[in-house]
Design a protein around this ligand. Structure first.
Ligand code: AMP
Length: 307
C-alpha cells in the first residue's frame, strides 16, 4: 500500500439543482477526493487551507474517515473558500454563480513531514501554483495525478501549463479538454494534451462515463444509469479520489491497473450524486460499493460470437 497525498480546496458550497437548494454546506475538491479515497483505507493526508469560520465538526468528519488533516491550515480571522453553482435541468452542465478565493488567495501549502515521501500525489482542483508547490515538496512520487477546471484555464493558464508539464496523469472533463486543447474531437484533444506532459489523459464525461488515453491505447468506462440524481457536485473529484485511492491501495501504476482505477472512480462517483453535497459519501459502506461494482460488471460484460 502506498501513501497518498491530496491537495485541494476544503470549502463551503452553496448549490442549486432542479430538486432543491442548499445554504453553505461542506464541499471542496480536497474534501471529496479525501472521502472517496478513504474507501480504500489508504494512509492519506489532505493539504489545504480554511478560515476560522470553518466548523470543527467538518474537520472532525475528515479525521473520522482516517484522513490526516495536519496539512490543513486554519487562518485566524480568515474566511474559507466559497463556491456557489446552479445546475441546469440536464444536471450535466452548471453555471458558477460565485467563487470567493478568500484564504486560498495567499495560501502557501506545507506538506507534513510524514507525507513528503508519499508515492502517490493527487493534485486536486485549486490554484496551479499551490499544486506546483506541493509537488516540489515531495521527495520522489511514483505517480502525480492532476485535476483542474476551466476557472484556472481562464485565470492562471501559464502556471497551469507548468504544472501540467510535470504530472503523469491528468483528469479533466470533456468541455475543459476541448478548451485546453482547442480540439473538438476528444481523441485529438487527448493526444494534444499528452504532448503538454501527462502520459495518461483521463477525460470525464459526467453521466456518459470516462475515457482513458495512453499512447495509442484507449479505454472507456460507462457511468451507471442511475434512477436518482440529486446533485452532481463533487462527482469529478470523487471520481479522481477513487482513481487515486485505488492506485495507492494497489501500488500498481500500469495502464491495465488504471482501467480498474477508472471503474472504481466511476463507481464511487455514482454514489456521490445521489444526495446533496458530501451526504452520501459519508454514510457509504464497503458492502454498497462492492454490490454496485457487480452492477458495473453486468453493465459492461457481454459474450459475442464473431462470424
Ligand atoms: P466537481 O463537481 O467535482 O467539479 O467539484 C466541485 C467542487 O469543486 C466544489 O465542492 C467546489 O468547492 C470546488 N470548486 C469549485 N470551483 C473551484 C475552483 N475554482 N478551485 C478549486 N475548487 C473549486
Amino acid at each position: 500500500m502506498s501513501k497518498l497525498l491530496i491537495v485541494g480546496t476544503v470549502a463551503f458550497d452553496a448549490i442549486e439543482t432542479p430538486f432543491g437548494k442548499t445554504d453553505k454546506i461542506l464541499g471542496g475538491a480536497g474534501t471529496y477526493i479525501g472521502l472517496s479515497a478513504s474507501q480504500f483505507n489508504v494512509d492519506s493526508a489532505v493539504v489545504s487551507v480554511v478560515g476560522d469560520d470553518f466548523p470543527q465538526e467538518y474537520l472532525d468528519l475528515l479525521t473520522k474517515n482516517n484522513i490526516n488533516i495536519e496539512g490543513i491550515e486554519v487562518v485566524p480571522g480568515g474566511k474559507t473558500f466559497f463556491w456557489s453553482g446552479r445546475y441546469h435541468n440536464d444536471l450535466n452542465s452548471r453555471d458558477t454563480l460565485d467563487t470567493q478565493l478568500n484564504v486560498l488567495a495567499d495560501f502557501k501549502p506545507v506538506v507534513p513531514t510524514e507525507y513528503k515521501d508519499a508515492e502517490i500525489v493527487m493534485l486536486g482542483n485549486l490554484h496551479p501554483l499551490v499544486q506546483l508547490s506541493v509537488l516540489e515538496q515531495l521527495e520522489s512520487p511514483k505517480l502525480a495525478i492532476l485535476d483542474t477546471m476551466n476557472f484556472w484555464m481562464d485565470n492562471a493558464l501559464e502556471d497551469l501549463m507548468e504544472v501540467i508539464s510535470k504530472v503523469d496523469v491528468i483528469t479533466i472533463n470533456d468541455e475543459e479538454a476541448r478548451q485546453l486543447s482547442g480540439e473538438y474531437s476528444l481523441a485529438k484533444a487527448a493526444k494534444k494534451i499528452a504532448t503538454m506532459g501527462p502520459k495518461y489523459v483521463v477525460i470525464k464525461k459526467g453521466e456518459h462515463g470516462a475515457l482513458l488515453f495512453h499512447e495509442e491505447q484507449v479505454f472507456f468506462a460507462p457511468a451507471l444509469p442511475l434512477e436518482e440524481i440529486f446533485d452532481p457536485t463533487g462527482a469529478g473529484d470523487t471520481f479522481a479520489g477513487g482513481f487515486a485511492g485505488y492506485i495507492a491501495k494497489t501500488g500498481d501504476i500500469s495502464f491495465e491497473n488504471m482501467k480498474n482505477a477508472i471503474i472504481y472512480g466511476s463507481n464511487l462517483a455514482s454514489f456521490c450524486v445521489e444526495k446533496f453535497g458530501t451526504e452520501r459519501m459519508v454514510e457509504l459502506s464497503g458492502e454498497e460499493v462492492d454490490s454496485r461494482l457487480e452492477e458495473f460488471k453486468k453493465l459492461t460484460q457481454f459474450e459475442i460470437a464473431l462470424t
